[in-house]
Design a protein around this ligand. Structure first.
Ligand code: NAD
Ligand code: RM4
Length: 254
């Protein structure tokens, strides 16, 4: 039986990678899906087509999550089409790998704006809808193993992922009384466009795979199933939690 029949799920940054896999999976579980994208029209339409070909329901809406006006428009359009939003997945994120001494203020601001401010703006809009409709809801955010450990080329990025995790913890308290749960997924290393160039270096690839007890990098579908669980009624008492999905990377220190 499908887990999400009758629900509406909005996934930010759903054209590629983890967001795409989550959009496809939630649609397979019966949710009507909103594929948010920052201007990747053709890729967004490809995701919508894939979902529809599998018998699901989806629309694409263009919105940069770091822009409050675009985020307001995103949720207004979603409401116009589906009349509600039950599930928000804060997935949109960027991580241009860069040396600390090369890091500019502009890049710091951009990574913060997309990764952390974007999660704030979308959570704010979604929670108002969920509160007003009175049926509870789910906010699921893509934090990261990088909320727990540092990254040599990610000094701008790791604080945003710690921030996203912390935002979910505080919102779990604020929104729990409305039946809205707020949780984080902490992926380890999942091969996507965000790190494809980084992993093109065989030494880096071998080092990281060698640290993962399951012996491989993750793939987006490894994360999508966890998102489906958190979105489902089976996770109704999970609130303010983290799920680390890293193949055992984090515990492999000794
Ligand atoms: P990706 O580069 O494949 O996908 C990122 C998506 O975000 C794209 O669809 C892109 O269009 C979208 N996006 C970028 N800027 C946006 C904006 N301003 N507004 C709306 N959408 C925007 O990367 P991914 O690996 O799928 O990453 C998805 C999320 O998972 C990110 O938040 C990332 O930090 C997190 N994460 C990834 C990994 C990993 O190893 N890949 C690990 C931990 C956490
Ligand atoms: C993640 C984690 C991964 C990295 C991506 C870009 O949060 O740090 O290892 O590949 O970001």
């Amino acid at each position: 039986m499908a887990l999400l029949n009758g629900k509406v799920a909005l996934i930010t940054g759903a054209t590629r990678g983890i967001g795409r896999a989550i959009a496809v999976r939630l649609a397979e579980e019966g949710a009507g899906v909103v594929v948010d994208h920052p201007g990747e029209d053709a890729q967004a339409q490809a995701v919508v087509s894939e979902i529809r070909e599998k018998g699901g329901t989806a629309i694409a809406i263009r919105a940069d999550v770091s822009d409050s006006h675009e985020v307001e428009h995103l949720f207004a359009e979603a409401l116009h089409h589906y009349q509600t939003v039950d599930i928000l997945v804060n997935n949109a994120g960027i991580c241009p790998f860069v040396e600390w001494f090369e890091l500019t203020e502009a890049l710091w601001d951009q990574v913060y704006a997309v990764n952390l401010k974007g999660a704030f703006l979308c959570s704010r809009q979604a929670s108002k809808i969920m509160r007003d409709h009175g049926h509870g809801g789910r906010i699921i955010s893509l934090s990261s193993i990088s909320a727990l450990v540092g990254g040599k080329f990610q000094t701008h990025y790791t604080p945003t992922k710690a921030g996203v995790r912390s935002l979910m913890q505080s919102l779990a308290i604020v929104l729990g009384p409305y039946g809205i749960t707020c949780n984080s997924i902490l992926p380890g290393s999942i091969l996507t466009d965000i790190n494809r160039d980084h992993y093109a270096d065989p030494a880096i690839w071998q080092r990281d795979v060698g640290r993962i007890p399951l012996g491989r990098l993750g793939n987006p579908e490894d994360i999508a199933g966890v998102a489906a669980f958190l979105a489902s009624d089976d996770a109704r008492y999970v609130n303010g939690a983290d799920i680390l999905v890293d193949g055992g990377l984090f515990v492999n220190l000794q």
